[in-house]
Ligand binder design. Structure first.
Ligand code: HEM
Length: 402
């Protein structure tokens, strides 16, 4: 005979993930929430946070019980188009299939070569002396992504510096409407105007992914409006996040010189190293779902209609899945098990691009940087949905003879 206990009510917490304290150290505070329970009702916002690795995987894969048509804190925002992210099949399937055409094997090969050339130019250009002090955010992450990502999109050169404010507002828009939300939206307003202009056919349709998208529109496979939304979504989703994965790599290696020495000695570990950085410092802290029906998760009853927070950052540090989760270890066995790109049908459209960009920069660094070290504490970004840094002061010691 098998017996099973009836599901119990979801434990309640007064934790607020958006206080200044929580935003300064989400690894600690979201971690405390995870240790409290696998599913927690956050009373202040009436949302349900899924905190642990196996429950995140289960909920993320169960698109029928956990829909994306509505998401925790996902009110309409001009910075975050609802296309794809807030669709269920069959609409989601159709648009994602088209969007994936932008990243065919052949086009990825061409882009990869460009990424490596640009990374080599950037890093060798920085390493002009035996040791160089720099801010990894401005001098490496932002410089590189502003060039290669916006070239790939087909964006004009003029005004590119605005995009960081657009991306920052986008990563603060699926979040409660607090002071930070309004501040980021105000700072992002001029950038929004620039993005609106540069997602239109007249400008975006000339080159790169923008041109490919508007060709689909011309072929009658995509509506004009969806075409524009798709270009805007790529602007919103692929900029700050990839600056993040590059900068976070530099931060992790600067703090863990033994791991950099290991990678230098064995560059075949590079792909694993990138996965470990993504787990350890994920650029996206959470996304969302809505419970389409009443559902049991880990013995807890999530009510129908409940807005759900998918706490990806917390899952990456879950000790019930990862051994020594707070240790940065590029040789860990299950290194590819993280869900930093989400899981299920909504898993990240641009993940190959993100990995390629990070790989290109780290490859150039392996060639030119012997060792690296932090020179001052990093500044954590005040970002609600994202996780990253606004400043990462480091010193690179050159591998080249000057
Ligand atoms: C390290 C960099 C990146 C991270 C950490 C990241 C993270 C994520 C996550 C967690 C999701 C899943 C959302 C969910 O299931 O709720 C997602 C979806 C998405 N990402 Fe990324 N992303 C990155 C880079 C990019 C890039 C470079 C692009 C575009 C070229 C992109 C475009 C998208 C799009 C369009 C979706 C929606 C997919 C769907 O709903 O089916 N992302 N991303």
């Amino acid at each position: 005979m098998t017996t099973s206990n009836p599901p119990s009510a979801v434990p309640v917490s007064d934790y607020d993930p958006f206080t200044t304290e929580a935003l300064a150290d989400p690894i600690r505070y979201d971690g405390e929430l995870r240790e409290y329970a696998s599913v927690v009702h956050l009373a202040k916002y009436d949302v349900y946070a899924v905190t642990r690795q196996s429950e995140l995987r289960r909920v993320g894969r169960d698109r029928k019980k956990f829909s994306s048509k509505s998401r925790a804190f996902a009110d309409p925002s001009p910075f975050k188009p609802p296309l794809m992210l807030m669709q269920d099949p069959p609409e989601h399937t159709a648009i994602k299939k088209l969007a994936l055409e932008l990243f065919s094997k052949e086009s990825l090969r061409t882009l990869d070569a460009t990424f490596h050339d640009e990374a080599e130019r950037l890093v060798s250009g920085v390493m002009t002396e035996d040791s160089v002090e720099l801010d990894a955010v401005a001098s490496i992450g932002t410089a590189f992504i502003t060039k290669v990502f916006l070239d790939a999109l087909g964006a004009p050169e003029e005004g590119r510096e605005l995009l960081k404010h657009f991306a920052d507002a986008a990563l603060n828009s699926t979040a409660p409407k607090n002071d930070l939300y309004f501040r980021k939206h105000a700072i992002g307003a001029p950038a929004l105007e620039w993005v609106e202009r540069n997602t239109q056919r007249e400008t975006a349709g000339r080159r790169g992914w923008g041109k490919q998208v508007y060709t689909m529109v011309d072929e009658g496979r995509l509506s004009e409006e969806d075409g524009q939304q798709l270009v805007k979504l790529i602007f919103a989703a692929g900029f700050d996040t990839t600056i993040g994965s590059i900068v976070n790599s530099i931060r992790a290696f600067a703090d863990n010189p033994d791991q950099w020495a290991l990678l230098k000695a064995n560059p075949a570990l590079l792909d694993d190293a990138i996965e470990e950085v993504l787990r350890y410092y994920p650029p996206v802290r959470y996304t969302g779902r809505v419970a389409a029906v009443e559902s049991e998760v880990d013995g807890f009853l999530v009510p129908e209609g409940a807005p759900v927070m998918m706490m990806w950052l917390s899952g990456g540090r879950d000790p019930s899945f990862w051994e020594n989760p707070d240790v940065f270890d590029i040789r860990r066995e299950n290194v590819a098990g993280h869900m930093t790109f989400g899981v299920g049908i909504h898993s990240c459209l641009g993940q190959h691009i993100a990995r390629m960009e990070t790989r290109a920069v780290l490859t150039a660094m392996l060639a030119h940087v012997e060792t690296l070290e932090p020179t001052a504490p990093p500044e954590v970004a005040d970002n609600m949905q994202g996780f990253g840094f606004t400043k990462v002061p480091v010193r690179f010691f050159s591998a080249d003879k000057h």
